[in-house]
Design a protein around this ligand. Structure first.
Ligand SMILES: NC(=O)c1ccc[n+]([C@@H]2O[C@H](COP(=O)([O-])OP(=O)(O)OC[C@H]3O[C@@H](n4cnc5c(N)ncnc54)[C@H](O)[C@@H]3O)[C@@H](O)[C@H]2O)c1
Length: 356
């Protein structure tokens, strides 16, 4: 039997239990420890799961039972943590966005490659059955010429949410609806359509006046494959409704709402289409109304895949390199909104975005 892999979760905050439950539900993974600089928080969470508590990453990396570190820190801290994990020969799974800049992302990818450790990212919406079906149809050319791909995220977050942790309302820490919440759905567009060549964005704050960030994004995207698209994303819209991803080609249309396939129509109707129309669970919560209104099934798939990838010594299901073009689209959107003009990719000077 393959060796059991020990996991340490870095950051014992809101998303950590989703990782912890996924590890506990996995085949071949064992939760060994949490690490957080806030003592009461890490001791409480470690107590709940019956595992060790560490107050620093360096301390946790000395633990020989830890083979994988799940990076569940605020966005601006992912880069330094991954570099340290790689230097200590540990596999890393980072929360999204993988880092704040393209240079940081490239750094982390290079460090993990050099250390020969796996490096994945939890843009977990990619693993939903309905999204996988859309991607397969895109790759197979079933849509014909691709014309449109759109993401709509009409969510709600309270003002208290933004003030619940300092980083959630701080631009430099990677806060704002575009990089923090819409990242998943911009990633789905990128995953389905490939990289963008130009974006034009407008950002505004509609309902959170005490927060100096955009809570609403409107963007046009031109993809390299010739299709165009729209991203509409907000945390201002009460009570929050499920996300919607739409793909249209000359020969077909697919619409996914939350995780459910609601439209699947092709000129060449096939026998398997009826089953594809039933993919996804209409009742599964997908974080529209609050940050914890979310199941852990998608995280579970990503974590199980990482365990299997380590044993098989193959690439993980969502390598960070595949998320880099998403980060680049997001960075281009911030530049475009600041300039009030379209921005062509590749982006230049992305470090300065976080000083805006
Ligand atoms: N994949 C998803 O669906 C999803 C959903 C929510 C959040 N996230 C991501 O998860 C990450 C964490 O978000 P969150 O909402 O859990 O944040 P959080 O603020 O609730 O938790 C972060 C924790 O990190 C701790 N921390 C800060 N600096 C540290 C350090 N140097 N060493 C150890 N611990 C430290 C904090 O004390 C806090 O407990 C972010 O990157 C966010 O974008 C992903």
């Amino acid at each position: 039997m393959a060796k059991e892999l020990g996991f340490g979760i870095l950051g014992a905050g809101m998303i950590a239990p989703f990782h912890a439950k996924s590890i506990q539900a996995s085949r071949g993974g064992r939760l060994v420890a949490f690490c957080d600089t806030t003592k009461e928080r890490v001791e409480k969470m470690a107590g709940e799961y019956g595992v060790r508590a560490y107050l620093s990453l360096d301390e946790m990396l000395k633990d020989p039972e830890i083979h994988v570190v799940n990076i569940c820190l605020p966005n601006h801290l992912h880069h330094a943590a991954v570099i340290r994990c790689a230097a200590a020969g540990r596999h890393a799974l980072t929360e999204k966005p993988p880092a704040m800049t393209l240079r940081e992302t490239d750094d982390m990818i290079a460090a993990c490659a050099k250390a020969k450790v796996k490096f994945g990212c939890t843009v977990q919406c990619r693993v939903r059955a309905a999204i996988r079906a859309v991607r397969e149809a895109v790759l197979e050319g079933r849509f014909g010429k691709l014309l449109h791909a759109d993401a709509y995220m009409k969510w709600h977050r309270t003002t208290e949410y933004y003030h619940s942790e300092a980083w959630r309302s701080t631009r430099k820490s990677g806060a704002g609806v575009t990089v923090q919440h819409a990242f998943h759905y911009i990633d789905l567009l990128q995953h389905l359509m490939g990289p963008a060549r130009r974006v034009q964005a407008r950002m505004s704050n509609l309902a959170h006046p005490s927060v100096r960030l955009e809570d609403t994004l409107l963007a046009f995207v031109d993809f390299q494959n010739g299709a165009q698209g729209v991203v509409q994303a907000s945390t201002a819209l009460w009570p929050g409704t499920d996300i919607r991803i739409e793909v249209n080609g000359m020969d077909g249309t697919a619409i996914v709402v939350g995780e459910k396939m609601t439209t699947w129509k092709f000129r060449d109707e096939r026998p398997e289409d009826e089953a594809i129309r039933r993919l996804g669970d209409a009742s599964q919560a997908t974080a529209a109304s609050g940050p914890t209104a979310l199941g852990f099934a998608d995280h579970s798939v990503v974590i199980q895949d990482l365990i299997d990838a380590i044993h098989a010594d193959r690439e993980v299901i969502i390598p960070v390199a595949s998320v880099r073009p998403t980060l680049e689209m997001v960075l281009a959107m911030y530049q475009s909104a600041a300039k009030n003009a379209p921005v062509d990719l590749p982006v230049q000077d992305d470090e300065s975005i976080w000083e805006m």
